[in-house]
Design a protein around this ligand. Structure first.
Ligand code: NAP
Length: 328
């Protein structure tokens, strides 16, 4: 063998070793949703991941994404098992959930199946195959009496949605796996394709642009979360193999009314159309926490998580919307 060859062979072996040791097969559930689409877009760009995006629809709602796509209802345990056998994921990121809080209050059975029982069966499949489970949860597991909350705060949900999500958390952490993590987040906004519902930023923009008055609550506080920041934080958790509970949200605590004013100011819309209201003036089936929001110090220090300000993220959304309109 020529002397240079052995060096090249060693280097090649090292590269192959690094490739396979870092390379991860990632199954994303609920990939057609707001967070799922951001994760698919972000992680699909990285050669370290082989992504299988799954959602209830037969076809993806997003374009591109550089990933495989398969229809998967997470309440169908046999279908979940088949995907585990075929794809052999190293990581599952569970973004699938019944997220309409009021609907959960009314359709309790289906809410429990999706947000609690399906997480139990995902966790069991992960346990059997040694797969890491990253489960996404919510600030609605708290009662909103003493927010913003740290990861160590004691959950005490007010709504059925919150209870079902807390049960999902408990199934994820109690399945007997070492490799589990729970990512809680708060009021998520961002740009995604073909969503059935508008998120708060676009809903407000549409209304103000149409000259419509909107009533917004002054007595509920949140740390709103830009979906791209959330996806970036989750990717870091996967990359650094993080375990345990992490709070990923924005850094700024706003009442929802203040958040609306900030959006109007950033988008140069008529803020006089935004009228203050109290939560009690709305008759909604589900009770919402008053002051939630998160302290994100753990994510900042352990993950280098650094979310955009609300102003910057809304400007990013506007640019992204323009880019997607231009390319379609
Ligand atoms: N959005 C927020 O403000 C917020 C705040 C706190 C926490 N979270 C949490 O963040 C996670 C992601 O939510 P998101 O904002 O991306 O909400 P989303 O846009 O509503 O996405 C949820 C996705 O889950 C899918 N899904 C529902 N039932 C399913 C099932 N049985 N099998 C497979 N997929 C199913 C939905 O599909 P369909 O579209 O077909 O219904 C939807 O695409 C959830 O765990 C949520 O609880 C969200």
């Amino acid at each position: 063998m020529k002397p240079g060859w052995s060096k090249s062979v060693t280097r090649l072996s090292l590269l192959i070793y690094l490739h396979y040791s870092l390379f991860q097969r990632v199954l994303i559930t609920g990939a057609n949703g707001l967070l799922g689409q951001h994760l698919v877009r972000l992680m699909g760009r990285s050669p370290e991941y082989d992504i299988l995006a799954t959602g209830r629809d037969e076809q993806p709602r997003f374009s591109g994404g550089n990933c495989g796509y398969q229809s998967l209802d997470i309440t169908d345990t046999d279908a979940v098992n088949r995907v585990f056998v075929d794809f052999e994921p190293d990581v599952v990121i569970n973004c699938a959930a019944m997220t309409q809080v009021d609907e959960c209050e009314i359709k309790r059975d289906i809410c429990w199946q999706v947000n609690a029982l399906a997480v139990e069966s995902l966790a069991k499949s992960c346990l059997v195959r040694g797969t890491r489970l990253v489960h996404v949860s919510t600030d609605f597991v708290f009662d909103g009496i003493s927010g913003p909350y740290k990861e160590s705060a004691r959950p005490s949900p007010l709504s059925y949605y919150g209870r079902s999500k807390l049960a999902g958390e408990n199934y994820a952490r109690g399945a007997g796996m070492d490799k589990w993590s729970i990512v809680r987040t708060v009021l998520v906004y961002g740009v995604a394709e073909n969503l059935p519902r508008n998120n708060f930023v676009w809903w407000l923009k549409d209304n103000l642009e149409a000259g419509k008055t909107v009533q917004i609550v002054t007595d509920q506080w949140r740390t709103p979360t830009y979906a791209l920041d959330l996806a970036t934080g989750i990717e870091k958790m996967v990359r650094f193999s993080k375990q345990g509970v992490y709070h990923l949200s924005g850094r700024e605590l706003f009442s929802i009314y203040e958040f609306a004013l900030e959006i109007a100011k950033t988008l140069d819309l008529d803020a006089s159309l935004i009228k203050p209201a109290t939560a009690a003036s709305f008759s909604q089936p589900a009770v919402r926490p008053s002051k939630s929001g998160f302290i994100i110090l753990k994510a900042e220090s352990e993950l280098g998580y650094s979310p955009h300000s609300v102003q910057d993220s809304i400007m990013e959304m506007v640019k992204e919307e323009a880019r997607s309109r231009f390319s379609s």
